[in-house]
Ligand binder design. Structure first.
Ligand SMILES: [Zn+2]
Length: 566
């Protein structure tokens, strides 16, 4: 994009002209502002009262004027400060995306470990592990993630022996795409203290063969922990290197805010980056619900709750597993696995007691709930909390809200529970969701339209890096409910499609609301943060295929360009 620096001079009624640059001499006592005028654009404000604008003026971090060219020049001009002019030439400008659910720390980790996303068979996974083993010294850990057996002809979980074949001398630990289950080889099992007498931990399972030996599959965090605690921690430099790569990816994809579930060590890296003015996305870090209350309060005061770039936010609790791995907690058994209804990771009564205590000291609560049972438990707990602790602007959230019993959908509206959902999960899961749920239950799955109609706020994100960070995949899912490659014709459960405008709102102002920041960002209005994107095409005129392939030309956060397409 061509940019020219001009100095704004006389802007009387007759003076709708820009004069060429002159050396700027800041006047004594005059604060040095950085001002940029974006002119002649197609600006999608996301503000229903004034949906389109053609010009916008940004001063320092914020939008100070938006509307017609005349409005910008007549009412908001006359600045004595140095101004830059960007001619948009009709390009499409919109608010930045606010991803309401990310895992930036593990995404960074995955950037530096074995990436198994897209493997189409067990043989392909084995091949990738074989290559990794040849690049590691004997005894060194091979850690990877992203495999998904639903993509394989086998459709079954791998076994430790599958990994032993290709890595006899290196411990291997490979986490499923959902993050909820993982497989280890025999060498990795040797590092753990698991014996035939080891009991399953609460909310988890060490899967076993008929002879009582572990198969290598570990289900849910409490079980995965047996192996994870034996894997050497990433060094701080590694952690930072991964996070830097992740931040570049966010900027490239037009994500200007992220609500993030990472480790405290990752938060410290963000703090360093912020200190060095290298943070390119606004991050609100979630805190782990299960930590003792005083520890949470310490983290909250240490991490802060007000900085616009980096702060702590909601308390995240994982209450069940995931649908793909049959660990999401359902009210009735799985349609394709009659022996299981999934796993609740915590007793509902215990969850309620802890929620009451944490809500009371002002924490916002966010429960990961995928199955209809977990969602009902979450809604029940929120209902109790509201009744016992009284009314306040608490904004309880359910993360994923994937499968809902029809009678629970309206409760999102009546209890004002935010549905923090990831449209691109639907793109992936529709391939097998009906097998898991059967034809009736599946109607309450990924029910964006029904939840919205119930009066609840949708906050959209990706669960990155469970799904790619690219928000346009989500927009495509909203309007088509088709696979990225197309089909089924007309969309899967098409009654749950939502409009492009609603989808964008869920991804911007909806997610801002979910973090109490709808007054500061999420749409382009005077006084809000200048967090926005310029796209290769007008999103509102694009076909679904074009939405999917949309390119970000420029990403601006707080008035600062953090990505410019070369
Ligand atoms: Zn997640």
């Amino acid at each position: 994009m061509r940019r020219t620096a001009f100095r704004f001079l006389s802007l009387g009624i007759a003076g709708l002209f820009f004069f060429p640059a002159r050396p700027a001499f800041p006047q004594p006592g005059e604060p040095a502002h950085k001002t940029t005028y974006y002119l002649h654009g197609r600006i999608y404000t996301n503000d229903p009262k004034q949906p389109w604008a053609s010009a916008m003026a940004v001063r320092d971090e914020k939008i100070f004027c938006i509307g017609s060219i005349e409005h910008i020049l007549l009412d908001c001009g006359g600045s004595k400060s140095e101004a830059e002019i960007v001619q948009l030439k009709g390009r499409f400008l919109m608010p930045g995306f606010n991803d309401a659910h990310t895992h930036l720390g593990s995404a960074g980790h995955d950037k530096l470990t074995l990436d198994l996303k897209g493997t189409d068979s067990l043989a392909e996974l084995q091949q990738r592990v074989r290559i990794a083993a040849s690049q590691h010294k004997p005894g060194e850990w091979i850690v990877g993630s992203g495999w998904d057996q639903t993509r394989w002809p086998e459709k079954t979980f791998p076994h430790r022996q599958d990994l032993d074949e290709v890595s006899p001398n290196n411990p291997v630990f490979l986490v499923h795409i959902s993050g909820h289950v993982a497989v280890a080889n025999s060498m990795a099992l040797k590092h753990t203290e698991i014996t035939e007498d080891t009991k399953n931990p609460t909310g988890g399972e060490i899967e076993r063969d008929a002879d009582g030996k572990p198969t290598g599959m570990f289900k849910e965090g409490s079980a995965m922990e047996f192996v994870e605690q034996k894997i050497p921690e990433a060094t701080n430099e590694e952690r930072r290197r991964g996070i830097e790569l992740v931040l570049q990816e966010l900027a490239r994809n037009g994500v200007t805010s992220a609500q993030d579930n990472s480790a405290w060590e990752d938060f410290r890296v963000y703090q360093d980056l912020k200190e060095e003015k290298k943070l390119t996305v606004r991050i609100t870090e979630w805190l782990p619900f299960m930590e003792p209350l005083n520890e949470l309060q310490n983290m909250r005061s240490e991490g802060g709750t007000t900085d616009p770039w980096l702060k702590t936010g909601t308390l995240k609790m994982v209450t069940d597993g995931a649908l793909g791995s049959h660990t999401a907690a359902l009210l009735a058994p799985y349609s394709d696995a009659a022996d299981t209804s999934g796993i609740m990771t915590i007793e509902p009564e215990k969850l309620k007691a802890m929620a009451l205590e944490r809500d009371k000291v002002g924490f916002q609560l966010a429960f990961h709930a995928i199955g209809d049972r977990a969602n009902r438990v979450a809604l029940d707990v929120f209902e109790s909390v509201q009744r016992v602790n009284g009314t306040r602007d608490r904004r309880d959230r359910i993360e994923h809200a994937q499968v809902l019993a029809p009678e629970d959908i309206a409760r999102f509206g009546t209890l004002h529970v935010i549905a923090s959902m990831q449209p691109s999960h639907q793109s992936n899961d529709m391939r097998w969701a009906e097998e898991r749920l059967g034809p009736e239950r599946v109607k309450g799955a990924y029910a964006w339209n029904s939840i919205q109609k119930a009066g609840a706020t949708l906050a959209f994100g990706t669960d990155y890096d469970v799904e790619p960070i690219n928000p346009f995949r989500g927009l495509y899912a909203c309007v088509t409910r088709e696979l990225p490659e197309g089909g089924p014709a007309g969309g899967w459960q098409p009654q749950e499609k939502i409009s492009l405008d609603d989808c964008i709102r869920a991804y911007t102002i909806g997610s801002a609301y979910a973090q109490f920041e709808e007054g500061k960002k999420g749409d382009l209005k005077e006084g809000k943060y200048a967090d926005f994107l310029i796209l290769s095409q007008d999103l509102t005129k694009a076909t679904p295929k074009e939405i999917l392939n949309m390119e970000v030309l420029q990403t601006v956060v707080g008035g600062r360009t953090v990505y410019l397409k070369k």
